[in-house]
Design a protein around this ligand. Structure first.
Ligand code: SAM
Ligand code: MD0
Ligand code: SF4
Length: 352
């Protein structure tokens, strides 16, 4: 299949099928790749104009009972950890709201303390953040929770549920997310949708997959009905079994972003600051992303996930710094009303 021909069709509104996505992902000719990004950016602009969304990231507990091979916060890693108090999380959320983000992403390791008593601490926290942030979006990224927890998270005020499969290759999943159930993780997003939450899925790039795996991953993520889809390059973490893996060429993630955009013109696709920091923002936007995630306030002793410290305390991941860069790119940050409009239009109807 000729990749230029496929791209040309996409420029005219064609949505690529899996085999076409694979052909686009497999062509590494520099001229072609440039054209791929430009086409994706154009498709994004046709749907969203110059508007970008911004999410504040609150990684409020770095305790985790899991042992993912890729993750710095896996339980076997002997590292310093923190758990923010309810008051601290409310204060951080309020300051992110005041600084102008569209959504607060409440993320945690699978912290037994917050899972205790049927997730009592977590649900109470979400309720508090809802009272604090008014009409801002709230995303929760709590790990894999019970089906019963979903309607309670929704009722507490969560708009979005994020849970990344990382890969739809079962063998690779077993090597990455050790001792975790593949189907239980897939069901997370289904259960969240049934409870009326919008959902996000994601793929980890650079852990041994090829263009065919990426195409398959992108196809399935869309088919399962997520409104936000992401790709993040694996960043090797000290003290983990994957610490010596050579990081993948950054272009792989950018190409995945571009192909996701062509396949899903109207979905939200993040440019995460958690991979290459602020230096990686423009390249991701230029490849078709339309959301900036992992904005972290400085001096609050908060961490990133893949990049625990990069660009945080010098303020380069702050709202103000990111806003200035958005302006430099000739784009603007959406209003909360615009973000809410996206959510209302795309929110799944609760079935229980
Ligand atoms: N603990 C919850 C979970 O795992 O679902 C919520 C945390 S979520 C922010 C963690 C996500 O960050 C993972 O699903 C993975 O995609 C990404 N991540 C973690 N470690 C990473 C690394 N070293 N490099 C790139 N991405 C990473
Ligand atoms: C990010 N570090 O946006 C965050 C995280 C969790 N919902 C998101 C992976 O990159
Ligand atoms: Fe825990 Fe999430 Fe890290 Fe896995 S990715 S070890 S579940 S924090």
């Amino acid at each position: 299949m000729d990749s230029y021909e496929i791209l040309k069709k996409c420029q005219e509104g064609h949505i690529p099928v899996a085999a076409e996505m694979e052909a686009l992902l497999a062509d590494d000719d520099p001229e072609f790749v440039k054209e791929l990004y430009a086409t994706a950016a154009k498709v994004r602009d046709e749907h969203f104009g110059k508007k970008l969304f911004m999410y504040g990231f609150v990684y409020f507990s770095t305790y985790c009972k899991n042992n993912c091979a890729f993750c710095y916060y896996r339980r076997s890693n002997d590292i310093d950890r923190y758990r923010k108090t309810r008051e601290e999380v409310l204060m951080l959320s309020a300051s992110l709201r005041d600084a102008g983000v569209n959504m607060v992403d409440l993320t945690m390791g699978e912290d037994p303390e917050l899972y205790r008593n049927d997730y009592e601490g977590l649900i109470d926290l979400v309720k508090g953040v809802r009272e604090t942030v008014g009409d801002l979006g709230i995303m929760v990224s709590p790990g894999a929770v019970s089906r019963e927890a979903m309607p309670r998270l929704r009722a507490a005020g969560a708009d979005w549920f994020a849970c990344y499969q990382e890969t739809y290759n079962r063998e690779l999943f077993a090597k990455l997310r050790l001792e975790q159930d593949y189907q239980f993780r897939i069901d997370q997003r289904k259960w969240a949708r049934e409870a009326g939450m919008l959902t996000e899925d994601g793929m980890l790039v650079g852990t041994g997959e090829d263009a065919a795996d990426h195409a398959e991953q992108i196809r399935i993520m869309g088919e399962l009905g997520c409104q936000q889809v992401r790709a993040m390059t694996f960043v090797p973490q000290e003290g983990t079994p994957m610490q010596c893996i050579v990081p993948s060429d950054p272009q792989k993630e950018l190409k995945a972003i571009a192909v996701m955009r062509l396949a899903y013109p109207d979905k939200l696709i993040p440019a995460s600051l958690d991979v290459e920091g602020i230096n990686g923002l423009k390249t991701r936007i230029d490849a078709g992303a339309n959301v900036i995630t992992s904005i972290v306030p400085p001096h609050e002793e908060l961490a990133g996930v893949a990049q625990p410290e990069l660009d945080i305390n010098d303020g380069h991941r702050s709202v103000d710094y990111v806003k200035a860069m958005v302006k430099d790119m000739g784009r603007y940050v959406a209003s909360n009303a615009e973000f809410r409009e996206f959510m209302e239009k795309n929110r799944p109807r609760a079935v229980y």
